[in-house]
Design a protein around this ligand. Structure first.
Ligand SMILES: Cc1cc2nc3c(=O)[nH]c(=O)nc-3n(C[C@H](O)[C@H](O)[C@H](O)COP(=O)(O)O)c2cc1C
Length: 194
């Protein structure tokens, strides 16, 4: 069955040679081969003002530069977020993006009441994170802390489930064959829309 997929490339650097972008391309190509519809949000190319107060979060309108991105999240059946681990977490620009699009009062608003219907219920997600350290060290040594936080405190909180993940470790040390294998894996995930 054809699905609607929103791919968020969470790398702040818009340079095409970033590996996160290659992973996103491979996922999008696989999805297109299987006749899924894809919309892409490239955080590196967006103008994202930093939220500075709770009042702004609650009362100010969503910046015009982010309206298409928010609409894409509402449109999608499946959301893919791809980012590099920076200082053990999502890069600040991706965090700024999430703070902006997930705000009270908008279509995607967070709700204060735990049993209210969540704004992104019915959607699934995959989070793909690249990093310099080995994937096993991140998962078992560091407890995949920021990945868990993104999954539980952001995506699950707005109703997304299931949320799967891929951890691409030792990115700088990978040889071309290993990089190619990851791209093939992404292409297959894109075909399956999962
Ligand atoms: C500012 C910065 C902080 C980083 N912090 C970490 C880190 O905490 N842990 C880690 O394993 N790698 C870290 N790295 C390495 C990046 O995760 C790695 O370069 C990136 O995943 C490569 O993907 P790309 O080609 O798409 O940039 C950091 C890199 C930068 C530039």
């Amino acid at each position: 069955m054809s699905k609607k997929i929103a791919i968020i490339v969470g790398h702040p650097d818009p340079a095409p040679e970033r590996y996160c972008r290659a992973l996103a391309n491979a996922y999008a190509e696989g999805a297109a081969e299987a006749s899924h519809e894809v919309r892409r949000i490239d955080v590196g190319t967006l103008d994202i003002p930093m939220l500075k107060s709770q009042m702004e979060w609650k009362s100010s309108p969503l910046p015009l530069s982010l309206i298409d991105a928010q609409q894409a999240l509402l449109w999608a059946d499946h959301i893919v977020i791809i980012y590099p681990l920076w200082l053990g977490d999502v890069p600040a620009k991706l965090k700024a993006f999430l703070e902006q699009v997930l705000r009270p009062g908008d279509a995607l608003s967070l709700t204060a009441k735990p049993f209210d219907r969540k704004p992104l219920s019915g959607k699934s997600a995959r989070v793909v994170v690249t990093m310099g350290m080995p994937a096993l060290l991140y998962r078992w040594g560091f407890g995949a802390h920021s990945l868990k936080s993104l999954k539980r405190n952001v995506l699950w909180f707005v109703g997304v489930k299931p949320i799967r993940d891929s951890v691409v470790g030792m990115i700088e040390a990978k040889n071309p064959n290993q990089r190619f294998r990851w791209l093939e894996r992404m292409r297959e995930l894109g075909r399956q829309a999962c």
